[in-house]
Design a protein around this ligand. Structure first.
Ligand code: BEZ
Length: 226
């Protein structure tokens, strides 16, 4: 029986609910599986499809990059464990990978897809049932949702961008900065608008640059990446 009751949409800052699920690596309790790491939970429309194969292969190749950031990847689609295991061999072959080192959740009853609002009503399978979109959820070590992005089935994700956002999330949670358009690790940052002028010397001892603007307001304050 496939339910069509959607869950409540999660917002950034919400506690990401725990769940148990069958995966290509056995049954997991999500929180136990995360341990003290961050997680990226990302869904895809279906196994044995071309764009999805490129995506899961890319994530497998990026495992060292996720590890550097303390982030564990986990994929999800509405297919069975048996299907995932068969498809993993194709992903390894396509990506010239010697191993595939993260689990794929088998949500064949669409329980998590509904709970986390991942279903795409425009993407239906042969039985007319909606498939999962390309959802990305980044959950931090406190089990809080830090990033949520939804892509349609026809657009594969840019995982360099997802790593870039994780870098920004991890930098800005401890430093009084925000990262500007197209920022990359090591690039210039913006002093948070909430930082008072009198606190700048203490927080940014190397100084900051304030850009002059027609409004005369001094909000565009640039600093090297702290
Ligand atoms: C794909 O992964 O290639 C794909 C899956 C579903 C719809 C469109 C493309």
């Amino acid at each position: 029986q496939i339910s069509t009751m959607s869950g409540k949409a999660l917002n950034i800052g919400d506690q990401f609910p725990n769940f148990t699920a069958e995966t290509s690596e056995g049954r997991i309790d999500f929180y136990d599986w995360m341990q003290d790491s961050w997680a990226i939970l990302f869904s895809h429309p279906a196994d044995f499809t071309p764009v999805c194969t490129t995506e899961l292969s890319r994530v497998a190749a990026l495992i060292p990059e996720f590890q550097k950031r303390g982030v564990k990847p986990i994929a999800l689609s509405c297919d069975t464990v048996e299907s995932h295991k068969g498809w993993i061999e194709d992903i390894k072959s396509f990506g010239k990978l010697s191993s595939f080192d993260y689990p794929i959740i088998a949500d064949d009853k669409r329980e998590l897809a509904l709970k986390f609002n991942m279903l795409d009503k425009d993407e239906i399978n042969a039985e007319g049932i909606p498939l999962t979109c390309r959802a990305v959820f980044v959950v931090d070590d406190k089990k809080k949702l830090r990033l949520s992005i939804l892509y349609p089935a026809t657009t594969g994700r840019n995982f360099d961008e997802i790593l870039r956002v994780i870098d920004s999330l991890q930098l800005t949670q401890t430093k009084s900065v925000a990262t500007p358009a197209d920022w990359k690790q090591g690039g210039k940052c913006m002093v948070l608008p909430t930082v008072k002028a009198e606190d700048v010397p203490k927080l940014f001892p190397d100084g900051i640059e304030t850009i002059e603007l027609p409004s005369g307001k001094s909000y565009l304050r640039i600093t090297p990446q702290p």
